[in-house]
Design a protein around this ligand. Structure first.
Ligand SMILES: Cc1cc2nc3c(=O)[nH]c(=O)nc-3n(C[C@H](O)[C@H](O)[C@H](O)COP(=O)(O)OP(=O)(O)OC[C@H]3O[C@@H](n4cnc5c(N)ncnc54)[C@H](O)[C@@H]3O)c2cc1C
Length: 226
């Protein structure tokens, strides 16, 4: 391979895979990795981008946001915190962006989630007593938590490890950074986009972040998903 220009390992892997198809490793037209991958995106050779996988730990998003995220199946792997095993008595809650900044709405919301969390704690205690006869304590706690979680709000914070290939990320970011996306997942997608643009500019630099009419950030892509 004759590499030209700055590049990161994921970008090089995609270029390597693309060049293998035509055995053009000698780089006959002196393209930098960024130029080469720009042309790949323009031509719509999305399969070349599938070799480069980016793994993000996403925290501080709500359960409803992660539910929307995991709908993106092709090219993604997920591992999310388990509400059956993990105690949610001290869980954090994510304020919806539309509520942020309005003192009255925020206060009402905080009151509502605090009530829900108190109900969760009461339910766990009650269920632990009800199933006191279950000798395996781990199993008993799981029984209690998996039932008690039903009263937790959608706003409950989750942590999730998301592995996705560059093609899959591009497709998802195009949908979730768009103005039609729900505000929280849009905010999350913009944060992911910024991380991926830092890590692999040649794979994600054709996304442009801007402030939309609703005063929130959105992003548009030059090379539409393929
Ligand atoms: C603004 C917005 C609003 C939404 N609102 C709703 C809603 O109200 N209700 C709701 O249920 N969902 C909603 N969704 C989720 C949406 O329906 C999709 O589930 C989500 O965007 C993932 O898209 P996808 O299936 O194309 O992605 P992926 O699963 O990642 O698939 C990517 C592409 O791979 C191909 N593919 C994947 N799986 C298959 C398959 N089994 N067979 C054939 N081809 C396949 C398709 O070409 C697909 O487009 C919304 C999404 C957005 C962005």
């Amino acid at each position: 391979m004759r590499w030209l220009g700055d590049s990161t390992p994921g970008e090089r892997l995609a270029e390597y895979a693309g060049r293998l198809c035509y055995m053009s490793q000698h780089n006959p037209v002196n393209r930098t990795t960024a130029d080469y991958l720009d042309n790949i995106k323009k031509q719509g050779h999305g399969s070349v981008l599938e070799h480069s996988v980016y793994v993000l730990l996403i925290e501080g998003i709500s359960r409803s946001c992660s539910h929307e995220l995991v709908r993106h199946r092709a090219g993604f792997g997920y591992s999310q915190i388990s509400q059956r095993y993990v105690d949610e008595s001290h869980a954090a809650f994510v304020v919806p962006p539309a509520i942020l900044g309005d003192a009255k709405l925020e206060a009402d919301w905080e009151h509502q989630v605090a009530e829900a969390q108190a109900a969760y704690v009461r339910a766990v205690e009650g269920l632990m007593e009800r199933y006191a006869w279950v000798s395996d304590k781990v199993h008993r706690r799981k029984m209690a938590r998996e039932a008690a979680r039903s009263v937790l709000p959608n706003a409950t914070e989750v942590k999730i490890v998301v592995s996705g290939n560059a093609r899959a990320w591009r497709t998802t970011l195009e949908l979730r950074c768009g103005e039609g996306a729900e505000l929280e997942i849009r905010r999350m997608a913009i944060a992911c986009l910024r991380a991926l643009q830092r890590e692999a500019p040649a794979l994600f630099s054709d996304f442009e972040i801007y402030v939309a009419d609703d005063k929130q950030e959105a992003a548009r892509v030059t090379y539409h998903k393929v």
